[in-house]
Write a protein that binds this ligand. Structure first.
Ligand SMILES: Nc1ncnc2c1ncn2[C@@H]1O[C@H](COP(=O)(O)OP(=O)(O)OP(=O)(O)O)[C@@H](O)[C@H]1O
Ligand SMILES: [Mg+2]
Length: 134
């Protein structure tokens, strides 16, 4: 398996989220993802980027291209040094929000991805990684 990754992009503002959406879309198109799959990964990216900005106090995202034989995938790794999530199980449940959201972002991103990993510790920060095969 080979991984090609981009430099981490800053996620601080709504503008940065728009930029990430564009970068993910561009990469998905370049890899030959169909329109539906493009939209799935862009939507998941958007939700996780929004969480990074809103709850993580800002952070970074890395866009990675994973190749395994003839298969290829897009992997996105979001990281922040924010407050972290005390109860990850609860945070993943549809409808749970600590803010004013709908509580659908994390669960939605998980459903839109083939692989989903979350690592979060209170006081340390949060790392969410998603992968979608072409
Ligand atoms: N990066 C993060 N750092 C700290 N807490 C987070 C982070 N991402 C998510 N959370 C916590 O997990 C909860 C659930 O996130 P989720 O994205 O599912 O819902 P939401 O952001 O509250 O609402 P929505 O995404 O539907 O607008 C958030 O309310 C927040 O408490
Ligand atoms: Mg959210």
């Amino acid at each position: 398996m080979t991984v090609t990754d981009s430099l981490p992009m800053e996620l601080r503002s709504t503008e940065d989220i728009v930029t990430v959406r564009q970068m993910v879309r561009r990469q998905a198109v370049a890899m030959g993802f169909g329109i539906v799959d493009q939209t799935k990964i862009v939507t998941a990216a958007s939700e996780l980027a929004r969480n990074t900005v809103d709850y993580g106090g800002g952070g970074t995202v890395r866009i990675e291209i994973v190749r395994n034989g003839i298969r290829s995938a897009l992997r996105l790794v979001f990281e922040d040094q924010g407050p972290g999530i005390a109860d990850v199980e609860q945070a993943l449940k549809d409808g749970f929000t600590s803010g004013h959201g709908m509580g659908l972002g994390l669960g939605g991103a998980r459903r839109l991805s083939h692989e989903f990993e979350i690592d979060s510790k209170p006081g340390t920060g949060t790392r969410v990684s998603i992968l979608r095969w072409k």
